[in-house]
Design a binder for this molecule. Structure first.
Ligand code: PAD
Ligand code: ZN
Length: 366
């Protein structure tokens, strides 16, 4: 049992720091000391759902964790005390239908850690002994977290955890959407709608895949300079021009791939509209709305596909992305716009909503 300070969401009010107890690690589990945790828009979606009563509270969010293994439960073999790890919010079991098909990101394994919050012995309890939800399976806005062994991936010790924590979600989601889900081909033309922590990684994934033109679309003018640091070749400001018409003009209506990295029905429709006949629109954003597309466009063999967690093969991809960062081939430094102590979590979400940051990184030890 670990007693710690955590950022707890209880409803419509701002998140507050509270004393929380953490149970475990039990057999097959790993206790991780959180060194850094990135702030992803999926947490903001979850906050909005929890605030509207659609999700149970209290809950601790945060799922982009870099940390150090503090203790392991019996049977754990892939990591040991003192190892540096990145947490993977969606562990895979390795033996289900999807895992053995080679699609571990679609794993239907039963040990998803959110289960632990509702079990008879909840992993997290508040000072009154009441259960606290482990949001998005991690609860990383905290000093410690417990994950199943398959939800932690060992990374090299010389990699800075306040950078490589982002590999736990945004980097893997974005780079993998381009390289694994869409399999962008060398020489192709790509548009990315939404240049936040995820979209910027789609941009650099397209660059790694050898795309010719990489057009970023955002409503914040400052994203022009930021996107260029990740390989973006053109910028379209959607608050000034119609992004569909502008992207089609830039590519002579030959856009091969469009990625939606915001989570709005409207921008999914834009992505689908802007690709050429036979082109592919990839939905990376978490879209909580209906999407309407013209059915006749399917006669032009347009494709509309989803992408989850960059179609990642976690145990292979995460250490690879860390190596690529250390070799100077992936840009993580420009993703970290701001580091904050954990108690400033509300301010970090305000920065995200205002489009001021690529990523904020929270540090519970600061
Ligand atoms: P973010 O808030 O950092 O970035 C969103 C960006 O979109 C910002 O730069 C905004 O300025 C921009 N934007 C907003 N509205 C528009 C618009 N109408 N037109 C153009 N640009 C606009 O978010 P993020 O990068 O952390 O996350 C993006 C989405 O990806 C979000 O929905 C998140 O939940 C989702 C996500 N999906 C997965 C997955 O596995 N599919 C994983 C992680 C995150
Ligand atoms: Zn995320």
């Amino acid at each position: 049992m670990t007693t710690m300070q955590s950022a707890v969401l209880r409803g419509p009010d701002p998140i507050t720091m509270e004393e929380v107890t953490l149970h475990g690690p039990e057999a097959g589990e790993v206790l991780v000391r959180v060194v850094a945790c990135g702030v992803c828009h999926s947490d903001l979606h979850t906050i909005n759902r929890a605030r509207s009563g659609a999700l149970p509270v209290p809950v601790i969010l945060g799922h982009e964790v870099g940390g150090v293994v503090e203790a392991v439960g019996s049977g754990v073999t892939s990591v040991a005390e003192g190892d540096h790890v990145v947490v993977a919010f969606r562990p895979n079991c390795g033996i289900c239908y999807f895992c053995v098909r080679g699609e571990p990101h679609l794993c239907e394994q039963p040990d998803y850690p959110e289960r632990a919050a509702t079990g008879s012995n909840p992993r997290l309890r508040d000072a009154q002994g009441q259960p606290v939800q482990q949001g998005i399976g991690v609860a990383g806005y905290s000093q410690y977290t417990v994950m199943p062994e398959r939800g932690v991936v060992k990374v090299r010790k010389d990699a800075p955890l306040d950078r490589v924590c982002l590999v736990g979600c945004g980097v893997t989601t974005g780079v993998g959407a381009a390289t694994r889900t869409a399999k962008v081909e060398p020489g192709s033309d790509v548009a990315v709608i939404g240049l936040g922590g995820v979209g910027l990684n789609v941009v650099q994934g397209a660059r790694l895949a050898g795309a010719r033109r990489i057009i970023g679309v955002d409503m914040v003018a400052g994203k022009a300079e930021l996107g260029a640091k990740f390989g973006m070749t053109d910028f379209v400001n959607a608050s000034e021009v119609d992004p569909v018409a502008r992207v089609q003009e830039l590519t002579n209506n030959r856009l091969d791939y469009a990625f939606e990295a915001i989570g709005l029905g409207k921008t999914v429709e834009q992505a689908f509209a802007m690709v050429r006949r036979g082109g592919t629109a990839v939905v990376v954003g978490v879209v909580g709305q209906e999407v309407t597309v013209p059915g006749l466009a399917f006669l032009g063999e347009k494709r509309l596909v989803g992408s989850f967690f960059g179609s990642a093969k976690l145990q292979y991809d995460l250490p690879t992305y860390v190596d690529m960062y250390m070799d100077g081939r992936l840009n993580l430094d420009d993703l970290v716009s701001r580091k904050r102590p954990m108690h400033q979590i509300n301010e970090a979400f305000q920065d995200m909503e205002a489009g001021l940051v690529a990523r904020s990184v929270m540090e519970p030890g600061a």
